[in-house]
Design a protein around this ligand. Structure first.
Ligand code: ZN
Length: 183
């Protein structure tokens, strides 16, 4: 009996391996789990090339026949409708992609080798002050920062963003407070 050459894992072969491992009640080694994950990521979410092209005359219901490369290239000229067949079902594209920088996502902070296809950043932490009554003390720090910026005429990019965010928040709370107290 001749041994079949070892083939690169596919989605189907991976699902089969997972089901068999589960059915046998076996524990899968970490390296195997990694290979399964990588197979799904590359085969489902990675770029895919069609395994076969088929064509038929346009606006007909004739059976699909295998297309020649020239049929695909000149489909319009030849009045053909072309369809591409893929080995694997196309996965839904993620609603939000990771933005990787040096192997780590800047939004969800997942490492590239750990991250799934979908980027789900943690929800922004709620500002604790929102639950508190308005407190004029909150203005102290931003005003001190403003005083310092006025004296040095220097502000770095990070502080710019920080104080802009802080001021926006405080102005909103102040407006809300004035509205509430004048009503
Ligand atoms: Zn991410």
């Amino acid at each position: 009996m001749t041994q079949l050459p070892a083939q690169a894992p596919t989605v189907a072969s991976t699902v089969r391996d997972i089901v068999r491992t589960g059915a046998a009640g076996e524990k899968a080694p970490a390296a195997t789990l990694t290979t399964w994950g990588q197979t799904f990521m590359s085969q489902l979410y990675g770029p895919q090339t069609a395994v076969r092209y088929e064509c038929r005359p346009r606006y007909t219901t004739e059976p699909w026949l295998e297309a020649l490369p020239s049929d695909v290239l000149q489909a319009r000229k030849r009045g053909l409708e072309v369809r591409a067949l893929y080995l694997h079902p196309k996965a839904q594209p993620p609603t939000k992609k990771h933005r990787l920088r040096e192997g780590v996502c800047v939004d969800c902070h997942e490492a590239e080798w750990l991250a799934g296809p979908e980027c789900t950043p943690p929800p922004p932490s709620r500002d604790q002050r929102a639950a508190l009554p308005f407190d004029p003390f909150w203005f102290r720090e931003p005003l001190q920062a403003l005083q310092q910026i006025a004296a040095t005429k220097v502000i770095n990019h990070y502080d710019c963003l920080k104080w802009d965010r802080e001021c926006t928040y405080l102005i909103e709370r102040l407006d809300q407070y004035l509205k509430d107290t004048q009503a």
